[in-house]
Ligand binder design. Structure first.
Ligand SMILES: Nc1ncnc2c1ncn2[C@@H]1O[C@H](COP(=O)(O)OP(=O)(O)OP(=O)(O)O)[C@@H](O)[C@H]1O
Length: 250
């Protein structure tokens, strides 16, 4: 389809004898959340690594907004609009929320070693940082030290760091991990609103969140996609129930 934002075409990846990605094809369309689910070891991280550029597929193609990115570096993909949430551990605890997001923007702009210009006063960093914080409902925390934030708020900062880079696509790897029910509900609401601006490829173990958020779901088992569809279709799919969800959870 011509309006596909991200397209994976027949991706394959082996680690020795193990086929970790098997003929995976998947599309992400504007305005949607596409969730990728599967049991431990199904190959989700391996697939994300290939999309982000840290792992090279053995065969297949990855197309972002009409441009083939299969052999581009992580940084080149990021500059073309492939956004990935930063890990909590990459945030600088003693610095403010705002500074952290500004540093993320600076890193992508390739100005990490720009001398003498104080980050705080650089409008080209401040404006996108404040916009991203607003979209993640964190304006009131902009000047707070990251060290003072709750776990859920840190997750929001991670997403804000990715958003400040104005991505065309957002890859979110288990954003709900470690959040309580309240944090999960809050982040779910924020992502529901965000998808209209940036389509999201979501890897998530919290099935309630997946079924609530995802417009479409791809189920990965042993490296291959065994089913694709909306929440209702995936819940009802007997192969999925057997391979992954288990009768009791459906
Ligand atoms: N660098 C590697 N070298 C060898 N085998 C690997 C490597 N990375 C992953 N694997 C194997 O590939 C398979 C897929 O792993 P992967 O981490 O992608 O699964 P996953 O779905 O992300 O699992 P989880 O939900 O537990 O994070 C597993 O069998 C794993 O042991």
């Amino acid at each position: 389809m011509s309006d596909t934002v991200l397209e994976l075409i027949d991706l394959n990846k082996r680690f020795g004898a193990l086929q970790a990605t098997r003929d995976v094809s998947l599309n992400l369309y504007p305005g949607e959340i596409h969730a990728l689910i599967g049991p431990n070891g199904a190959g989700k991280s391996t697939l994300i690594g290939q999309i982000a550029g840290s792992l090279k597929p053995d065969s297949g193609r990855i197309v972002l907004a009409g441009q083939e990115i299969t052999s581009l570096s992580v940084a080149q993909r990021a500059r073309l609009g492939l956004g990935r949430s930063f890990q909590v551990s990459s945030l600088a605890e003693p610095l403010s929320v705002k500074r952290n997001v500004m540093i993320a923007v600076q890193a992508l702009q390739g100005h990490s070693f720009r001398f003498w210009k104080p980050v705080q006063r650089d409008e080209s960093l401040l404006v996108p940082a404040l916009e991203a914080l607003e979209r993640m409902a964190l304006t009131h925390r902009a000047d707070t030290q990251v060290a003072e934030l709750s776990h859920g708020e840190r997750r929001q900062v991670e997403v804000a760091c990715a958003l400040a880079l104005k991505p065309r696509v957002l890859l979110l790897d288990e954003p709900m991990a470690g959040l309580g029910p309240e944090g999960t509900a809050h982040l779910t609401e924020l992502l529901e609103a965000l998808k209209h601006e940036v389509p999201i490829l979501l890897i998530e173990h919290d099935m309630d969140a997946v079924f609530r958020l995802a417009d479409r779901i791809s189920v990965l088992v042993a490296g291959g996609v065994i089913a694709q569809g909306d929440s209702a279709a995936i819940r009802a799919n007997p192969q999925v129930r057997e391979a992954y969800l288990g009768e009791a959870t459906c």
